[in-house]
Design a protein around this ligand. Sequence first.
Ligand SMILES: [Zn+2]
Length: 444
Amino acid sequence: MTETRLLIRDGTIITFGSPCRVLEGQALLVEGERIARIAPLEEIPGPFDRVLSARGKLVLPGLVNAHMHYYSTLVRGLGKAAPSANFQEILENLWWRLDRKLSLDDVEMSARVILVDAIRKGTTTLVDHHASPGAVGGSLGRIAKAVQESGLRSCLCYEVSDRDGDAVIDEGLEENADFARACAAGEDPQLRALFGLHAAFTLSDRTLERASRLGKELGVGFHVHVAEAASDVASNRSRFGASPVARLAAHGILGDGTIAAHAVHVDESDADLLAASRTWVVHNPQSNLNNAVGIADVVGLVKRGIRVGLGTDAMTVNMLEELRVGLWAQHFRQDNPSCGFMELTGALVFRNPELATRLWGFPVGTLQEGAAADVILVDYHAPTPLNDGTVLGHLVFGISQATVDTTICAGRILMEGKALKIDLDEAAMAAESRRLAGALWERF
Ligand SMILES: [Zn+2]
């Protein structure tokens, strides 16, 4: 069987990756699940199964969200949580109360709903971090099912924590292991696994040791919240005599395959450990601002050679919105409106594709020959010169405000002309989601 050949012509191609190029007068050929050619139209011989005209549109790679929580979708509008004065209270009054009540049906629906939103926003790869202590076993399989139905890519993990007792620790370790093994065996290009850990302040040395051993046996990296709030650091220092970063390093959790989400409260020796271990830091500015935990020193982290990517921590699936807020927050953090531009745009345009490529084992998140055929078309008539030197400015100030018209992942058209092309009744799904959310809120 020959692979489906899809030609995208007439658009302006923005490659992402370093350097991020702007290509005019070129067409993009998708064969099967990969990009086969990017070349002038006359150099790409037919026949084609489909031809999409991108006239008046930009052709970008599908965007990558490097830190996400699908499970928080059903909290939208829930007003029952008690007012919280700090991050610990936000966890206790909202998230830990909520995630304990999630059923497997809630978990799957949370993912289904937000993945459709991701298609609409052009985010085709999402690195998720999942918690449902009352329904651990099988939870990642249910999310994986939603991912497969959406047509998008996702890297999944279950967040192990000591906060719900020994039985739930065991279940969490097992869920990570089961999913990582299934993932390796299945070789589904849509799915990847990491080993999930909540954060050092809810993990004993014993649990960290068990997770570390298991993760290494499985050959997967870790995905863990690190120094998100000052209280995480204070708790680790008073109970264990070390910072969260130092504890994770001591247990062999850091490394080239590991994601440390947040890193808001890290000192110089923490930054040295993150840099030396080549751990990925993922910055989540909207969440940090919303929780009033501080703003990571992205400029300082990058200066030390740490690779900093961009996530949303479930605040949105719109990566360009997150980028903009990240940039304004960094200006404020540094008390300098002229710094952080390359660090923040680089997080989305360079680092997130590098991280996705590391996780998937083939190029993801850039438009180049041989890369995953994850492509979005965005309505945009550039009102100022658009070229290699100006593209990042257009991204922040213009393209971020434009509408995604078409979303393609792994060569499959998931949305075209703003209409979903996957087998899904959005209204029926939303109705079912409201029913489940209503029941969940009753239990909350
Ligand atoms: Zn998070």
